[in-house]
Design a protein around this ligand. Structure first.
Ligand code: SF4
Length: 400
């Protein structure tokens, strides 16, 4: 497959894109990627959707951003705020086969060892193991998290839908070795395919294997099929390989929603089933607080934590209205503070952190939130550095 590709070299003006922190998905503050399009050629990949403007043959025309590492070394020291830098995106894989030859991801990895920014990498490839020496150093310093995307537990099916990606066992082995090297690891169990990987048999096997290799969390999500190229490509494959499932897929994706999601009933049923597996295997479905604690600025940490708590309690069917109101009030406060901070070009992020600490310590946060219980929670996290456990939903003391 590798020798059939066409490499399109490009330079970028900026390396880092800022992420929206109210999106709790992988707690990244910035994102970068040395490639666009992907040799792994997953049949369901939403990189094929028109909205991402990836031109050419998605698995053969690979954009190579040759100056990304240089841009990163120039941009990271100038960042006013730190936070996880995510290497990767949903429309490429930073360890696809071309990386064995170009080593652009490895060059970026080396740069991260000189800076104080935590990093996370998203991939479906065991080529990530090649750089374990470097990522291990980042883990000892600012922090590192490997996110392996895995939904299949047998390679017969996997080969049909993810023809160019690493095998199931290779990906599990990568997770195991990264964990042993002191890195945080998580499984992105997405997209789960109706009637194929969303079955109880597959979920049981997937969660058992995740536990076995010491993953810190497993984040499941369903398949999205955006109308247009992505949906047609996927439906053609299903018609050829799993014809009996075609009526089911037609039914689940009959609404042709722009976001590509399946009908609500299926989404709810899948989320409830997955939440039960997460609870039974004691594997959170979100990046646990202990991983990002003190690796984000306290004000961002609280923002992510509140969004996560909302999801964690909703999954347990708890009434989250008071929490949601408190979260919205905190977000309004934070947006106003950030606007102020952005005007004060001479102060560092510590100014904003102190604003939060003072507001919590003085009791003003309780008035702002209109929720005494939540204000108490803020005191325990912001002032005492406690950790919210995503399995027991209780506060714990930091280690040591
Ligand atoms: S590995 Fe990711 S980016 Fe690459 S084809 Fe598969 S889903 Fe798309």
């Amino acid at each position: 497959m590798e020798d059939e590709i066409r490499q399109h070299e490009k330079t970028v003006k900026t390396a880092l894109k800022k992420q929206n922190l109210s999106e709790p998905f992988i707690v990244g503050k910035y994102r970068c990627s040395p490639y666009m399009a992907c040799q792994h050629g997953c049949v369901y990949c939403d990189g094929r959707a028109e909205r991402y403007y990836v031109e050419g043959d998605f698995s053969r025309d690979i954009v190579v951003r040759t100056n990304l590492a240089e841009k990163l070394s120039a941009e990271i020291p100038r960042l006013r705020e730190k936070g996880f830098i995510t290497v990767g995106s949903g429309i490429t894989d930073v360890y696809q086969p071309i990386e064995a030859e170009r080593e652009l991801t490895r060059r970026c990895a080396s740069i991260f060892t000189s800076f104080n920014s935590p990093v996370s990498v998203m991939t479906k490839s065991a080529l990530s193991l090649r750089d374990l020496d470097i990522w291990g150093k980042v883990a000892e310093g600012p922090g590192f998290m490997l996110l392996i995307s895995l939904t299949f537990t047998n390679d017969e099916q996997r080969r049909i839908f993810e023809p160019g990606a690493s095998s199931v066992e290779q990906r599990l082995e990568a997770l195991r070795q990264f964990k042993e090297a002191g890195c945080n690891t998580g499984i992105l169990a997405m997209p789960l395919l109706p009637g194929i990987t969303d079955t109880d048999e597959n979920l049981e096997a997937l969660f058992s294997r995740a536990k076995e290799v010491g993953a810190d969390f497993i984040m499941p999500a369903g398949l999205t099929l955006r109308p247009g190229r992505q949906k047609s490509f996927f439906f053609n494959c299903i018609a050829q390989t799993h014809g009996a499932l075609l009526p089911l897929y037609r039914e689940l994706y009959r609404e042709n929603r722009e976001s590509g999601v399946a009908i609500a009933g299926y989404r709810k049923q899948l989320a409830d089933r997955c939440a039960q597996y997460n609870a039974r295997f004691e594997l959170p479905f979100l990046v646990p607080h202990r991983i990002y604690r003190k690796r984000l600025h306290t004000y961002d940490e609280m923002n992510i934590l509140l969004h996560h708590m909302l999801e964690l309690y909703q999954a347990r069917h708890v009434d989250t209205r008071p929490l949601k109101q408190g979260m919205e009030k905190y977000m309004s406060w934070l947006i106003a503070q950030k606007a102020d901070y952005n005007k004060k070009r001479s102060v560092s992020y510590r100014w904003l952190e102190r604003e939060l600490e003072d507001t919590v310590a003085s009791g003003r946060m309780a008035g702002l939130l209109g929720n005494e219980r939540l204000a108490g929670f803020f005191r325990e996290i912001v002032l005492q550095g406690r950790i919210f456990d995503y399995v027991t939903l209780e506060l714990t003391d930091p280690p040591g």
